[in-house]
Design a protein around this ligand. Structure first.
Ligand code: C2E
Ligand code: MG
Ligand code: MG
Ligand code: MG
Length: 282
């Protein structure tokens, strides 16, 4: 796998060698090894109903326990995986682990539990992605109907035919689609009705402002009513305080996630301390 590391260095360094180029080459090399060794796992963050805290789902988030660097955040290694072609292997490893974990978590949280998984643009447009992902989910015993695939809105502009095609295939098989990080970039309200999506995940940056700006709260209110009309459910991400939780409840936002309710954790930790409905993580 040394050539993938070199490739990463070349891609990011354009011929020159800077410290962070070496760093990403080393990361790429280590990531390939970590994937073979099963060191990239899915952690889970509960998706809850605002104000009651009832758990209705879990989002799988990739975690890499690096022997020297400790727990490497996905923001660091997803990009490396994409530039080195490791993203397919990584996505499959996380999806399989996520399904295994969700099967266990459903024993505590019930058969209605949803599993949401992040999928990168590179994976989504790769030939045969939908079929590979569906086969993997079926083999795990997790019901495809309770899988939600999270993609970012920027993938779904007019020029992303292959991405849209993949989403249509996934939905035809019964899986659902969430638009992640909604409210960060382009977020065209006028296009919402054309997106093949079942959930809209409101970015933290947006959630952070709903209690500090009446205008933001107004936009959220409009978004909630628009999404209801389109048959989509809003999930507010990054809920960190009681005031945000109360406002989401008052405005009728169906779902939320954030440190207020629970931080991402490995499945064993969630099973050891299952949060009953109506309680909050401290
Ligand atoms: P995301 O999909 O938007 O996931 C939510 C991120 O917000 C997670 O960061 C989560 O730990 C963090 N978070 C949760 N609650 C709060 C809160 O109350 N406040 C704040 N400030 N943050 C909160 P994480 O786990 O570091 O993941 C970062 C991004 O990496 C994710 O953003 C996702 O886009 C990507 N990612 C994670 N796992 C995967 C994966 O398996 N595949 C792919 N392609 N991307 C992944
Ligand atoms: Mg996400
Ligand atoms: Mg995401
Ligand atoms: Mg997000």
């Amino acid at each position: 796998r040394a050539d993938t590391a070199l490739y990463a260095a070349k891609l990011s360094g354009r011929g020159r060698c800077r410290l962070d180029d070496l760093d990403s080459a080393e990361l790429a090399h280590d990531l390939a090894q970590a994937l073979s060794a099963g060191q990239v796992r899915a952690w889970f963050q509960p998706v809850v109903r605002p104000t009651t805290g009832e758990v209705v789902g879990v989002e799988a988030l990739a975690r890499w326990r690096h022997p020297e660097r400790g727990c490497v955040r996905p923001d660091e290694f997803i990009a490396v995986a994409e530039t080195t072609g490791l993203i397919g292997e990584l996505g499959a490893a996380v999806l399989a682990d996520a399904c295994r974990g969700a099967v266990e978590l459903a024993r505590v949280h019930g058969d209605g539990l949803l599993l949401t998984v992040n999928v990168s643009g590179r994976e989504l447009v790769s030939e045969g992605y939908a079929e590979r992902a569906l086969a993997l989910v079926r083999a795990s015993g997790w019901p495809v109907e309770r899988l939600v695939v999270e993609v970012t809105e920027s993938l779904l502009d007019a020029s992303s035919g292959p991405a849209l095609e993949t989403l249509h295939r996934l939905r035809a098989a019964g899986a659902r689609v969430a638009i992640d990080d909604f409210g960060t970039g382009y977020s065209a309200f006028s296009r919402l009705d054309t997106l093949p999506a079942d959930y809209l995940k409101l970015d933290h940056g947006f959630t952070a402002q709903i209690t500090t700006s009446d205008r933001r709260a107004g936009v959220l209110q409009a978004l909630l009513s628009l999404s209801r009309a389109l048959g989509m459910q809003v999930i507010a991400e990054g809920v960190e305080d009681e005031e945000q939780d109360a406002l989401l409840g008052a405005l009728g936002c169906p779902l939320a996630q954030g440190y207020l309710y629970a931080r991402p954790a490995p499945v064993a930790e969630l099973l050891a301390r299952p949060a009953p409905a109506g309680t909050r993580a401290g």
